[in-house]
Design a protein around this ligand. Sequence first.
Ligand SMILES: [Zn+2]
Ligand SMILES: [Zn+2]
Length: 373
Amino acid sequence: MRRVIGLQKFVHLHVHTEYSLLDGANRIKDLVKRTKELGMDSIAITDHGVMYGVVDFYKEAVNNGIKPILGCEIYTAKRSRFDKQGGWDADPGHMVLLAKNNTGYKNLMKIVSIGFTEGFYYKPRVDMEVLERYSEGLIATSACLSGDIPKAILNNNYEKAKELALRLNSIFGQDNFYLELQINGIEEQNIVNQQMIKLSRETGIPLVATNDAHYLRREDARAHEILLCIQTGKSINDEDRMMFSTDDFYVKSPEEMISLFGNIPEAISNTVRIADMCNVEMEFNKLHLPKFDVPDRKEPYEYLKSLCYQGFERIYGKEDRDEEKINRLEYELSVIKQMGYVDYFLIVGDFIRYAKEKGIMVGPEGVLLREAL
Ligand SMILES: [Zn+2]
Ligand SMILES: [Zn+2]
């Protein structure tokens, strides 16, 4: 029997776009358009291991009156992120992270970067230590069948699943960690869902319904299958290729989702609750230049000026006070100040100085700066 839930809303919080390279078939423009068509007011982006699509997605969503929720489906290393041994450390777990605020967004970028710079082994991976360090401002969910908790459940290790869930719940904090339920026609998923519900009852960790959308409409499943063949270097006729066993991974309407999860309404209402908690604002009209660490807490412009005058004396000698040269120097400095580039020049000057000290060649474009600083 289908339960009537009235005007309850649903938000997709686990969505792959074309930036899940050769795995996601949702083009950002079409995804936002479809979200609107289906009467939803928010949607998340959670590409595999990367955040390449986040800015395009944010702009497209905001321009269309849709609230963008910024996230990523990261990879978790089986042991530490530094362990990269054949046979042991391939096949990492999945976990969805969503940014609640700008701190969370910065932490998410940090986590994704560490995945590449320190944890890369087939995929960009992080471990518990990284999650512990950068958990502030983030919501995490247990992801698909490739998540560590579903994997433990499918290995008949409920205790390990529970232990992991409790650990993640304490890392992210109550109501910032959710057990993900999906209904996609896969046999193992039904087993996982049952155990997730049990886990939620036993631990108080809330549930959330997602659809792990990889393409827009049901009929796009075939195109997505071909995309996966390209990724894995297989032909569509290969029997043993990696494939999704159902055509359910599309952007379902709120009505479809609500009807599927009729007997677990909190999994639906929690999507709206999470969406309300996620409020990242991006600024595009402001320069975000780094600050230079000025020695002795001097004012940056005064410091730049003093360096330039030292350079001036070095080039022209202490005696030279030629008015034309001084005026020129003052003019250049005033433009740098007016444009807000003082710290930028100090940073460039600093690495050029470092390069010269270490005998590293410095490009010709920086001649004046190079001589002056
Ligand atoms: Zn996944
Ligand atoms: Zn996914």
